[in-house]
Design a protein around this ligand. Structure first.
Ligand SMILES: N[C@@H](CCC(=O)N[C@@H](CS)C(=O)NCC(=O)O)C(=O)O
Length: 222
C-alpha cells in the first residue's frame, strides 16, 4: 500500500477554484512534497467527499500530520511558518507589512470582480465589466504598479522574489488576462510574469483539460 504523505492538500477543480490555486502554487514553488486530493465542486456528493477533510466544507484544506488548516491565506501562512522557515513572506519589514496587507486585501475584497468574473481557465470570452468591476480592476492595477515600483527591485514578482502575495494574485492574473482587462505597462509585465510561471501554466492547462461541469447552482465565491 502507498504510504500517505505528511503534507496533503485538498483542492477543487483546477478550472474553477481560485482559492485552491494559492497554497498549491506556494507548495510547488518551494518544492514541498505533497499529495494532491481533488474533489469536484458543486456536485451532489461534494459535501460528502469534503466532510472528512474540511470543517467549512470548502476547499482548499491542508492536512499536515494530525493538523488541519483551512482557508487559503491561513494555509499559506501555515506553510510558510511550519514548512518553509518563514520564507513565504519577504524578510524586509516594510515589504512584509505591505505583502501581508495586499494579500489580505485580495483575499477579502473585490466582491464584484469575484462575482462577475470568477476563475474559468477555459474561458477565452471577454466578459463586459460593470463600473464596480472596473473600479476594482483599477485598484488591483494600482497595487501591482505601486508594489513593483516600490518593492520589486530584486526580481520580477510583486516584492522581487516570489512570495505569498504572488500566490494570492496568480489566479487574478489568469482572470484579468482571460477578460483582457486594461492594465498599465508595469502591471501588465507583472501579470505576464505570473502567467509565464511554469506551475501557473501547468495549473491552467490541467484546468482546461477538466471535464466536470458545475452541477449545482453556480457560487459567486469561486
Ligand atoms: N475564504 C476561503 C474561500 C474558500 C472557497 O470559497 N472555496 C470555494 C472554491 S474556490 C469552495 O470551496 N466553494 C464550495 C462552496 O462554496 O460550497 C479561502 O480563502 O479558502
Amino acid at each position: 500500500m502507498k504510504a500517505m504523505k505528511e503534507v496533503r492538500l485538498v483542492i477543487g477543480n483546477k478550472n474553477y477554484s481560485y482559492w485552491s490555486m494559492c497554497p498549491w502554487l506556494l507548495l510547488k514553488m518551494f518544492n514541498v512534497d505533497f499529495e494532491e486530493i481533488s474533489v469536484a465542486l458543486y456536485q451532489r456528493n461534494t459535501a460528502e467527499k469534503l466532510g472528512p477533510y474540511s470543517p467549512s466544507l470548502k476547499v482548499p484544506v491542508l492536512l499536515h500530520k494530525d493538523i488541519t488548516v483551512w482557508d487559503s491565506l491561513a494555509i499559506c501562512e501555515y506553510i510558510s511558518a511550519e514548512l518553509l522557515g518563514d520564507v513565504g513572506w519577504p524578510t524586509n519589514v516594510r515589504k512584509r507589512a505591505s505583502a501581508r496587507s495586499v494579500s489580505a486585501e485580495v483575499h477579502a475584497d473585490f466582491p464584484n470582480l469575484k462575482r462577475d468574473w470568477p476563475l474559468n481557465c477555459k474561458s477565452g470570452i471577454r466578459r463586459t465589466a460593470s463600473e464596480k468591476v472596473l473600479n476594482e480592476i483599477a485598484r488591483i492595477d494600482s497595487i501591482w504598479r505601486c508594489c513593483r515600483h516600490k518593492f520589486g527591485e530584486n526580481g520580477d514578482y510583486l516584492y522581487g522574489r516570489f512570495s505569498i502575495a504572488d500566490c494570492l494574485f496568480a489566479p487574478m492574473a489568469v482572470i484579468l488576462d482571460n477578460n483582457q482587462a486594461q492594465l498599465c505597462e508595469e502591471s501588465r509585465l507583472y501579470c505576464d510574469t505570473l502567467l509565464e510561471n511554469p506551475f501557473v501554466q501547468s495549473w491552467v492547462a490541467k484546468g482546461r483539460a477538466e471535464r466536470e461541469p458545475l452541477a449545482i447552482a453556480y457560487a459567486s465565491n469561486m
